[in-house]
Design a protein around this ligand. Structure first.
Ligand code: XBP
Ligand code: MG
Length: 253
């Protein structure tokens, strides 16, 4: 029986990476006088690594071997990331990034039906609040019972730990939940925790492999704006609703 939905944030609830996180990283680099500039294609490569601090380290190691790391490099990464979070929150405050098609509709339907909602993300908790506060009425805790975010577990996605943490707080078995993800790292994490997973792709993740998932979709769809099923036959309906999720969930068992 399906009792809870666990949502990834970046790329799944909203398209935050290209026009949210990426410019926020660049603003932090400028603030610190660094000549680092992450353009759209480079950022796609950097998304291989989840977590902002981890991504900065990966960039320096892989793409800036010329950068002579100061002795306090770890502190620099932490300070840069703190500035990046401030820029990201500011940027979202200036008009926000909308939720992806069908997200609010599905969240509302699930909540009304008594399906519990949770979040499992590698991003920083403040970023989740900054994204969701303008998009959802009321307090975020009235929507999401559990928010698993950021450094709460040391091993970020693709490790399954963040999903295990969320399941533990929900006090539910993976078999009674479904995950919604957008990326290969996310799917490795959710399926690694034993969760049946539905994927909504975006520009950065359209060609990722998603072995073992229930469905790969363009988005969740809205009435009159149907979703596309990627590599599979679409059911005859415009939207991913609870009834369809329950069908996909049941297929697993
Ligand atoms: C997305 C990520 C994050 C964000 C940046 O996570 O990989 O690293 O790009 O967030 P998810 P921070 O798809 O799991 O939500 O800079 O706050 O780490
Ligand atoms: Mg994601």
């Amino acid at each position: 029986m399906l009792k809870a939905l666990i949502f990834d944030v970046d790329g799944t609830l909203a398209d935050t990476e290209r026009d949210g996180h990426r410019p926020a990283f660049n603003a932090a680099f400028r603030e610190f006088g660094l000549d680092w500039e992450w353009d759209v294609p480079l950022y796609g490569k950097l998304l291989e690594v989840t977590g902002g601090k981890e991504r900065i380290r990966f960039y320096v190691e892989r793409f800036r071997p010329d950068f002579s790391q100061p002795k306090d490099f770890d502190d620099l990464v932490v300070a840069l990331h703190k500035a990046k979070t401030r820029h990201y929150v500011e940027l979202l405050g200036q008009g926000g990034i909308p939720l992806r098609r069908g997200v609010k509709r599905l969240l509302s339907e699930a909540r009304d039906a008594g399906i519990r909602l949770a979040i499992a993300t590698t991003t920083t908790p403040e970023n989740v609040t900054a994204l969701l506060r303008p998009a959802l009425e009321g307090d975020i805790s009235e929507w999401f019972e559990v928010i698993a975010a950021g450094d709460i577990v040391p091993a970020k996605k693709p490790a399954p730990d963040i999903y295990f943490w969320a399941l533990d707080k929900l006090k539910l078995d993976a078999a009674n939940c479904m995950a919604l993800e957008d990326s290969e790292n996310g799917v490795r994490s959710s399926t690694g925790a034993g969760l049946r997973t539905v994927v909504t792709v975006n520009d950065y993740t359209a060609d990722h492999p998603f072995p073992g998932v229930a469905a790969v979709l363009s988005d969740l769809g809205e009435p009159g704006q149907p979703f596309r099923m990627i590599g599979g036959e679409a059911p005859e309906q415009d939207c991913v609703d609870l009834e369809l999720l329950r069908r996909w969930h049941a297929l697993a068992r």
